[in-house]
Design a protein around this ligand. Structure first.
Ligand SMILES: C[S@@+](CC[C@H](N)C(=O)[O-])C[C@H]1O[C@@H](n2cnc3c(N)ncnc32)[C@H](O)[C@@H]1O
Length: 243
């Protein structure tokens, strides 16, 4: 491992505290600021390997209830520390997996007797590809992954360029029917739910943020302290999915 990595403050802190990656501190900071994962929540963590966000998500559930589903294109074992039986992983490509498949993995006992809405309270995406050293191409690929995450969360990939009117930020009606066929909304994220997505700043990122504003009552840009100084990586946090 490179010396720069071995002496990195957040790498050492992660190792000392039992997190499998320094990225844990990014979600911890987001969690501290926005409390996106609440006790008992259903969390979908897209791009979960090696599992540091799974650890933070599970810690944030408190003792009882809740469910965390991690999805990654690579195999990802559930980290032993901080994760328990409520954490599950699935190896799949987020650009291809279907929302209904993810919703069907929610525990049956979480379904209420009145067949209340099934879905996730939080969708996190820390997905990134291996950068190719060409920043324009990297931005394009990161936007593709961010849009895939948005498509799973709210059923829209943020690709259409129509700008929202600041005065009327109504969500667009995109498709009829939810992931399990009974909901009134597309995507796996429940109304009132939160969305965190990583992207590389560049062409298309502002438009993507504007698209998210249609779906969330508040959208914030966040660059956690654990982000490497030279990185163009940034997170968008969308709070309270609109009905
Ligand atoms: C920075 S890592 C995530 C770190 C993770 N949040 C953690 O804290 O351990 C990015 C992950 O995105 C995954 N990824 C990239 N493209 C993907 C895709 N199309 N579908 C699912 N996962 C993908 C990579 O395999 C990689 O594990």
């Amino acid at each position: 491992m490179a010396r720069r990595v071995l002496t990195d403050h957040f790498f050492l802190k992660a190792k000392a505290q039992g997190y499998v990656a320094r990225s844990a501190f990014k979600l911890l900071e987001i969690q501290q600021r926005f409390r996106v994962v609440k006790s008992g929540a259903h969390v979908l963590d897209i791009g979960c390997a090696p599992g540091a966000w799974l650890q933070v998500a599970c810690q944030s559930l408190s003792k009882k209830g809740g469910f965390v589903l991690g999805l990654d294109i690579q195999p990802c074992a559930t980290p032993k520390q901080f994760c328990d039986h409520r954490v599950h992983t699935l190896q799949a490509d987020a650009r291809e997996v279907r929302a209904a498949e993810l919703v069907s993995m929610l525990p049956v006992q979480s379904e209420t007797a009145s067949a209340g809405p099934r879905g996730f309270h939080v969708v996190l995406s820390d997905m990134c590809h291996n950068t190719v050293g060409n920043s324009a191409a990297d931005v394009v690929r990161s936007m593709e992954l961010a849009r895939s995450a948005a498509a799973l969360a709210v059923g829209e990939d943020g690709a259409d360029g129509e700008e929202p009117d600041a005065g009327k930020v109504q969500p667009k009606k995109l498709h009829e029917g939810g992931p399990a066929g009974s909901q009134e909304w597309p995507g796996v994220l429940l109304p009132g739910g939160h969305f965190v997505v990583k992207l590389l700043q560049g062409t298309g990122s502002q438009e993507f943020a504007l698209q998210l504003q249609r779906h969330f009552t508040k959208v914030s840009w966040v660059q956690p302290k654990a982000t490497r100084q030279e990185s163009r990586e940034i997170y968008l946090v969308g709070l309270n999915r609109r009905l």
